[in-house]
Design a protein around this ligand. Structure first.
Ligand code: ADP
Ligand code: ADP
Length: 229
């Protein structure tokens, strides 16, 4: 069951002085229920790919499909609807509203979603059932990131895209955040793509996709966690 398919996906940034080939022809299929990690050097195109899959950015060339919908060629309104209906995002910085509790931060999203889970359910999912009434300033970085994850999953997205969710955390706290992502992937079957430098992800992911110079260099299957077909 293929969720995303890309064909010769290309992204060129033209800064005026030079053209940067951030993606130089990427062919990829992501399967429903997979947890995939994107690895590779800084500047190899990982964020660019994540942004295009999530409808945050346009490709320069090539094609991307989400199920039978083609994202390439879709206008900004179409992409906005696609993001709203199907995608949860987690970034390096949590972007929580400081004046709202954890529960209220998640509720901001569930209020406007079509079929959300209750905020408390999303917070329990990330192990924060006992912290729902805390404000961001009363929580550790790892806890704040887990609130951000709860917020991302509360609308029951089909896809969860995480760009350096551990980037601001020490490695042990980072592992806890990745564990939360893995648990969610297991319990909800949400297709999850993660960019992280935390090595613990390699045992959790179904597949590791290595990037270099805007291309896929290697795809590794995790023998201990086989990908859904
Ligand atoms: P990462 O290595 O975590 O992807 P970067 O430092 O490469 O982070 O990029 C951070 C942000 O800056 C991204 O949003 C990216 O789109 C943007 N960016 C990266 N390189 C350039 C550049 N040469 N010109 C303008 N924006 C850039
Ligand atoms: P990664 O996530 O693997 O670190 P990125 O996708 O952020 O890589 O970047 C890929 C390449 O595209 C890099 O050379 C980066 O500098 C460039 N880039 C990213 N965003 C921009 C941007 N907004 N403008 C110009 N160049 C960019």
């Amino acid at each position: 069951d293929v969720v995303f398919r890309t064909k010769d996906l290309t992204k060129v940034y033209d800064t005026g002085q030079q053209k940067v080939h951030a993606l130089a022809g990427v062919d990829l299929e992501l399967y429903a229920g997979e947890l995939v990690v994107l690895l590779g050097p800084s500047g190899s195109g990982k964020s660019t790919l994540l942004n295009i899959l999530g409808g945050l950015d346009h490709a320069t060339d090539g094609r991307v499909w989400f199920r039978d919908q083609e994202l390439t060629g879709m206008g900004d309104r179409g992409l906005t609807r696609f993001r709203r209906d199907h995608v949860g995002f987690v970034f390096q910085f949590y972007n929580l509203v400081p004046s709202l509790t954890a529960w209220e931060n998640v509720q901001l999203v569930t209020d406007v979603a079509r079929d959300p889970m209750p905020p408390e359910e999303a917070l329990k999912e990330v192990g924060l059932g006992s912290r729902m009434d805390h404000f961001p300033a009363e929580m550790s970085g790892g806890e704040q990131q887990r609130v951000a994850i709860a917020r991302a999953i509360a609308k029951r997205p089909e896809i969860l895209l995480c760009d350096e969710p551990t980037g601001a955390l020490d490695s042990k706290t980072g592992v806890q955040v990745l564990e939360a992502l893995r648990r969610i992937n297991e319990s909800t079957g949400t297709t999850t793509v993660v960019i992280t430098h935390n090595a613990a992800i390699r045992q959790m992911a179904h597949r590791v996709i290595w990037f270099q110079d805007g291309k896929i260099r290697l795809v590794e299957e995790n023998a201990t966690r086989l990908a859904p077909a």
